[in-house]
Design a protein around this ligand. Structure first.
Ligand SMILES: NC(=O)CC[C@H](N)C(=O)O
Length: 328
């Protein structure tokens, strides 16, 4: 029998409300033992043990929790007594945490995040079946080597690909560029593909000796953007900026001038896009060579921010960071 460790961090999956039929609720109320007790069928899949790492709504996910979670995942994955790891998480930032772990977990054992859109107390709560499917994927040898996975609503997503697309819909997660890694129907898994970029064991990123991550801020572009926000982020210690640009990572002329100032002062600026899918290409409309900026490719602003934070641990050279954005 496979040994699966479950690390709980909070979210709606651990949320509770006064009644079974209300929209309002509080995330991160229910402990890991209660979550697991709601799915007694887990014992048919694997030998599971639970640990509480945090209990927050994932809007409060932080560098500190990421460092703690990554350290614990790496420790468990290195143990011969652990075959796979499941992490319960809020849906709001699950794509950031999943991509972070995808880059810093040094193991080919399955690491699977799961979540829910309905709190644990709701009618038709989606958490219990999501946990069941997540454990089934984590216990599946066929899941290994596919990077960090997110199992929700019968779908198996890759960490780099998935994004939340709806604030309340149970079918909120999509992987617009690459499609699904597979599906899990009542614990019966089908795999379609493996991520094509480097991850986990093949990733060059490591958190050994890292006590804090550099500050990276995201600037959301729109008509008449106030360029002083960029100067303010730099004055307040940002080492990197991600432009959530309009369309193909574009920004106003005044924002571009502020980006030039930021780059001149040694801050690395990545251009991404506020649109839902597609790739922000280098030198397409904005001239990255001339601006000294980096193009994010398919990474959305939140995930470009994760990669930039890790990249800044290694270098502040925009050319080298562009190469990392091509590779991961
Ligand atoms: N569905 C959810 O998990 C959203 C609840 C909460 N905001 C969180 O991300 O933890």
């Amino acid at each position: 029998e496979q040994n699966i460790s479950i690390l709980a961090t909070g979210g709606t999956i651990a949320g509770s409300a006064e009644t079974q039929t209300q929209a309002g609720y509080t995330s991160g109320q229910v402990g890991v033992e209660t979550l697991l007790a709601a799915v007694p069928q887990l014992k048919d899949l694997a030998n599971v043990s639970g640990e509480q790492v945090a209990n927050v709504g994932s809007q409060d996910m932080s560098d500190e929790i990421w460092l703690q979670l990554a350290a614990r995942v790496n420790e468990l994955a290195a143990s011969r007594k652990v075959d796979g790891i499941v992490i319960t998480h809020g849906t709001d930032t699950i794509e950031e945490t999943a991509y972070f772990l995808h880059l810093v977990v040094d193991s080919d054992k399955p690491v699977v995040l799961t979540a829910a859109m309905r709190p644990s107390t709701a009618l038709s709560a989606d958490g219990p079946l999501n946990i069941y499917n997540a454990v089934a994927v984590a216990a599946d040898e066929d899941a290994s080597g596919r990077g960090v996975l997110v199992v929700v609503n019968d779908d198996i997503h890759g960490a780099r690909a998935l994004t939340k697309t709806n604030p309340t819909d149970v079918q909120t997660f999509q992987s617009p560029e690459h499609g699904l890694i597979g599906t899990s129907l009542y614990g019966v898994n089908t795999f379609f593909r493996t991520p094509y970029r480097a991850h986990t064991e093949d990733s060059e990123f490591s958190l050994k000796g890292v006590k804090a991550l550099p500050r990276v801020d995201v600037m959301y572009m729109h008509a008449s953007f106030s360029p002083d926000l960029i100067d303010s982020a730099v004055a307040n210690g940002a080492r990197g900026l991600v432009i959530a640009g309009v369309g193909n990572g574009n920004m106003t002329a005044a924002a571009q001038e502020a980006v030039r100032r930021a780059v001149k002062s040694g801050v690395v600026v990545v251009r991404s896009s506020r649109v839902y899918s597609g790739s922000t290409g280098r030198n397409v409309e904005a001239n990255d060579d001339e601006l000294g900026t980096v193009a994010s490719g398919e990474l959305n602003p939140a995930k470009a921010r994760v990669l930039l934070k890790l990249a800044l641990l290694k270098t502040s050279d925009a050319g080298e960071i562009q190469e990392l954005f091509y590779q991961y």
